[in-house]
Design a protein around this ligand. Sequence first.
Ligand code: SF4
Ligand code: SF4
Length: 354
Amino acid sequence: MSDSVMNLDGQEVSFEKGETVLEVARRQGTFVPTLCWDERLDPYGSCRLCVVEVEGRRMPASSCTLHAEKGMVVRTGSEKLRRMQSTLVEMVLSENPDDECPRCRDLGSCELHDLATEFKVGRDRFLGATSNASKDDSNPFLLRDYDRCISCYRCVRICDEVEADHAITMTGRGWNKGIATAFDGLLMGSECTLCGQCIYTCPTGALADKKMVNQGSIPGEVEVTRSVCPYCGTGCSINLHSRDGKMIGVTPVLDGPVNAGALCVKGQFGFDFVNSDDRLTKPLIRKQGELTAVGWDEALEYTANRLKSIRADHGRKAFYAIASGRAPGEGAYMLQKFTRAVMNSNQVDNCSRG
Ligand code: SF4
Ligand code: SF4
């Protein structure tokens, strides 16, 4: 037997050095439920949902922390495992205060409700106390409803391991367990950069995009369109969420080639300008003191004539061009070419230059 072969549900499968059993199983398309796992984070093993049976071991083991080994024999889908997993999901779900998850309404689903559907369980059988944790603070972007928190630590870990911000941590024990900032202050007063990454790793409705939730009154199905953020030249991949032709929010694309699931506060929460009535949709020229909408031909001719007269009256050094960081590389190249070759000026710069 090769050094990198194990047995998964009766099939010989190969694995890479250092791979976990969960990673091998996912690569094979085998269903193994998880709630605390995120491929961007170090394995944590807290939700215990990914348990598998390993030949020679008395107790099931969590597959996200178990490294694949030569000759290992693993079973993933026995009736006993499914009973354990289904009961775990049911218990976790019973701590939710209700079924009205804002995240399910606006993003389509959350991982917890997807698993509840998969295992056909509800929150009623173990219904009891809920944590009554804090619902919110004054920040304008992140809805924080810790009544729905299942203590998976994914938000804390992504803030530490990916964003390297260390803005939040887990505090307390039992019903008093919760996510807090340093000295239990407000998120806005903490180290948080409002990147929103904690929202999109959270497997429940404990964290959500406040702006998106506030658009809840717009009727209809949510449509998702993949696009590229227009805010700067980095070009992060984003999903635009819209209802009835109106944008309601943005989510990061997890396999985005530039950003791998990360966005900055502008790309994440700064989409409102799209729906603004103040947005310019036509060129404006000031006529008799009033800004007046004109066609593109008139606007371009006016601009060309003004540039010509400025150069004639004040010389080439009167012209200075700054390219927008939102312009693509081709646009920036054209601007410097125009500045040098047409206006005979070397005064050209880009706002992205630090
Ligand atoms: S928004 Fe970003 S920085 Fe703020 S707590 Fe969440 S992950 Fe950390
Ligand atoms: S807020 Fe969400 S991501 Fe954070 S610990 Fe709770 S359930 Fe997990």
